[in-house]
Design a protein around this ligand. Structure first.
Ligand code: ACO
Length: 314
């Protein structure tokens, strides 16, 4: 694969964490005027996990990624925590996670909503080009804290979880061949959450723009990687709605069967959803050395991000 993109780093391992508590669509039927059938038809969600703290879930996912990688935690230079639901306004939840893991390194939060993990992954490759050796990138959320459980238009979607990855310097060209980040602040009112309030969402506006944003970010990153869509072995999309992923795949000309989907069991976990879907595919043996992966997401802001990587991890 030829590439003009930044390089010199690879994703080594992934780890995840989900709260124990399962909330099914049937549970939600007892809380708001909805039905299992409506939720499945409109979103693809069957159940979701609720509970824990953003820092606790992040640390659990990170611990799994660290153990799988075999790296010495003392060699980690930086912790990037993508989250839109930090434990506190100050300090950054990344610092709390760092303490839970016993790391001594740089630590920062990154908020690009559901695109956050891919933003963090791309930023990590940049930090490694500037001299860092190992970076822990986490996406973690407790969206249940920001959800109005009496609002049927949002409470059926959002949930909690975390996913993490170790990014390591490599002698070769690295795994990142194309990337793209974007934001359209004009769409801010389509999805927002004010301080001490709950998420407000214009679902249809998000839906329409999400499909276009996913396609655009994916095409730009494929172009940078000099790859056609049919060279992609696995799509790892943000898990917001099965129909959004189906429509995006169709527009890109990539069979939906190539997408890793976990939304049926996780709901929308924002910045955690892409690493959760990646780890699920890895666990199932769907991610092998040399495979071309397209990680692509969109979120409030309205942000979008995509990365084309060749899997060179464990
Ligand atoms: N159960 C039953 N009926 C419902 C529910 C529900 N939970 N919610 C809404 N309805 C009703 C509406 O009131 C409406 O009724 P009406 O026709 O009598 O007015 C009808 O169902 C259709 O509602 P729509 O909003 O048109 O339904 P739609 O097909 O658009 O699906 C959904 C709604 C699932 C929210 C969809 O629009 C969507 O997924 N949008 C994207 C949301 C998203 O991805 N958000 C996350 C962004 S990422 C981030 O940053 C966190």
């Amino acid at each position: 694969m030829t590439s003009t993109a930044i390089s010199g780093a690879r994703m080594l391992s992934v780890g995840t964490a989900l709260p124990d508590k399962v909330v099914t669509n049937h549970d939600l039927e007892q809380m708001v005027d909805t039905s299992h059938q409506w939720i499945v038809e409109r979103s693809g969600i069957h159940e979701r996990r609720i509970g824990g703290s953003t820092s606790g879930l992040a640390a659990e996912a990170a611990q799994m990624a660290i153990e799988r990688s075999g790296v010495d935690p003392a060699s980690i230079d930086l912790l990037i925590l993508a989250t839109t639901s930090p434990d506190r306004q100050v300090p950054a939840t990344a610092s709390t996670v760092q303490e839970l893991l016993g790391l001594r390194c740089g630590a920062m939060d990154l908020n690009a909503a559901c695109s956050g993990f891919v933003y963090g992954l791309i930023a990590a490759h940049g930090f490694i080009q500037m001299g860092h050796s190992r970076i822990l990138v986490i996406g973690a959320e407790t969206l249940s804290r920001l959800t109005d459980w009496t609002d049927r238009s949002t409470c059926i979607l959002f949930a909690d979880g975390a996913g993490a990855a170790i990014i390591e310097k490599t002698d070769g060209p690295g795994d990142l061949h194309g990337w793209h980040v974007d934001s359209n602040g004009a769409l801010e009112e389509a999805l927002f959450c004010d301080f001490d309030d709950k998420i407000q969402m214009a679902g249809q506006a998000i839906f329409k723009n999400a499909v276009l944003a996913m396609e655009n970010a994916a095409r730009k990153s494929l172009e940078m990687a000099n790859l056609s869509p049919d060279a992609i072995d696995l799509v790892v999309p943000h898990q917001a709605n099965v129909r959004i992923v189906e429509a995006s795949c169709k527009r890109l000309g990539i069979p939906y069967e190539k997408a890793s989907m976990v939304i049926h069991k996780t709901g929308n976990t924002s910045s955690a959803s892409i690493p959760l879907a990646l780890e699920d595919a890895w666990t199932q043996g769907r991610v092998n050395k040399g495979d071309n992966l397209l990680l692509v997401g969109f979120g409030a802001g309205m942000t979008s991000a995509a990365a084309v990587i060749t899997w060179d991890g464990i």
